[in-house]
Design a protein around this ligand. Sequence first.
Ligand SMILES: CC(=O)SCCNC(=O)CCNC(=O)[C@H](O)C(C)(C)COP(=O)(O)OP(=O)(O)OC[C@H]1O[C@@H](n2cnc3c(N)ncnc32)[C@H](O)[C@@H]1OP(=O)(O)O
Ligand SMILES: CC(C)C(=O)C(=O)O
Ligand SMILES: [Mg+2]
Length: 576
Amino acid sequence: MPAHRYRPYEAIDLPDRTWPERRITQAPRWFSTDLRDGNQSLIDPMSPARKREMFDLLVRMGYKEIEVGFPASGQTDFDFVRQIIEEDAIPEDVTITVLTQAREEIIERTLESLVGAPRATVHLYNATAPLFRDVVFRAGKEEIKRIAVDGTRLVMAYAEKLLGDETVFGYQYSPEMFTETELDFALEVCGAVMDLWQPEEGREIVYALPATVERSTPSTYADRIEWMSRNLPRREYVCLSAHPHNDRGTAVAAAELAVMAGINRIEGCLFGQGERTGNVDLVTLGMNLFSQGVDPQIDFSRIDEVRRSVERLTQMEVHPRHPYAGDLVYTAFSGSHQDAIKKGFEALEARAAAQGTPVNQTEWGVPYLPIDPRDVGRSYEAVIRVNSQSGKGGVAYVLRNDHHLDVPRRMQIEFSRTVQQYTDLRGGEATPEDIWFLFSDTYLERYDNPWGRVTVLGYSTATAADGTCRLTLEARVDGESVVLSGTGSGPAEAAAEALSSLARVTVLQTTGHPIDDGMRPTTAVYAECLVDGEELWGAGIDGHPTQAYVKAVVSAVNRRLGQRSVDPAVIVPATR
Ligand SMILES: CC(=O)SCCNC(=O)CCNC(=O)[C@H](O)C(C)(C)COP(=O)(O)OP(=O)(O)OC[C@H]1O[C@@H](n2cnc3c(N)ncnc32)[C@H](O)[C@@H]1OP(=O)(O)O
Ligand SMILES: CC(C)C(=O)C(=O)O
Ligand SMILES: [Mg+2]
């Protein structure tokens, strides 16, 4: 690789930097550039109708400062700005911004688009970095500074001429390519612009400090921001706005360190749309704050709806592993993750019960899940998905979550081997439907798919004075109706004896629980048995608890004596 063609980024001499010690305790101001920087990077830029939908979405989510376009770029952006002004679609607490180059005809057209706006900011930019001075403008520093100053003067003049007092007018200037510009020159240009605008109480100036192309570590960006923040005059009237792009994939980190370094506002796009690798992702930034207990001031509670809207409007897909919003980001396939998540949910529920708080108000702490998926409108259903990398925890989670079955640990181990065999042979995922099919096919007698030699038809029990249980079991064995009987310390043990003509059965342990699925009361019983010397689990589910115990023992016996009806490798669940 010809690495010698690239030069390293120069560090900033700021030994007394303070940002590493700072903490982010409140949300910065947010500035959405979805309708400008995001839009200008799309294969098919948004029509006025699509822009309007995006605008309304941003407003609904809570963004208060929105760059709505580059009106001089063409009729589409111009018309959109006119539309939201004329239709009175800009809420009182929302300020729109429009971008312009520092060229008179472009500035004039830009200001024309804003006539009648209650509040509006013009954002003027020109690149200040050496490469742009040499290659794009073919001009020295003074001329570059003059572009900024003349542009500012023109913006102010046209604002006065075209908007008058009707519009609360704001101004933003960007030394484009700030991160490639000598710091003292960036400061000089910003200072010259400030001399014209004269910020004061109630008359803020915004400086965006863009990493137009990200070329350095986030720490260097933070150093630059802290340096500018310290050296800009009238700092209290300046809104410093970070504008990170994501060329090195570290825009989110850069934005966060910029906040620590004193930035007031962050500019970005939903899901990181934007030129090349994108603008910084406002969703990730907001959710990162949320996950630290800081209110982002933006509503992400229905993140999938936001994602779907953005995908439709931009015609760009959000990656399945995109932080907080991707399809797979709250899903664990691997066994150890699933085990920890399942234990985490159990612990959370126990903690909530002990404190008497609802789970959704209890402090979050589930391994591998940085936030509660429900806080962004996701369900727990997809949290655990089972494939060949999964273990018993995942399988048990699905049985519990989808079927309210609290399968005992040793039985989980046994059943997860069946699921493992299935996923190894079939490849891919075992869906909750597949898992239920495997479970019921392995352990439960089903009217549509009987298996094993014994089918329970009915039973009666009597309890002797010493507490022993006497069971009379009506069953079909090998197609013949029979009546069997046995006694034992409980119905399971009595069933074991009743079946002794078929196999030597010892009940090792049983456990059961009511199934709370909001339907009719049902009991699930799991029985670990020694059947002709083989340790096997059985399960019984029945409206009568005693019958569930009997069925659980019959299930273990049938598994030893019978044949599973279908090879798991070729099962195709009816639900598919
Ligand atoms: C980093 C950013 O995202 S900046 C925003 C970029 N966004 C866009 O460009 C989208 C909208 N832009 C457009 O539709 C068009 O570029 C227009 C309408 C603004 C201008 O179009 P054109 O007049 O055809 O010019 P073109 O886009 O080729 O611009 C290049 C000229 O503008 C000059 N220029 C570039 N940026 C600026 C600026 N900020 N201020 C003043 N002049 C500038 C260039 O030096 C060049 O001048 P030259 O022709 O004398 O060499
Ligand atoms: C116009 C400016 C702020 C910009 O988008 C950039 O430099 O990336
Ligand atoms: Mg940009």
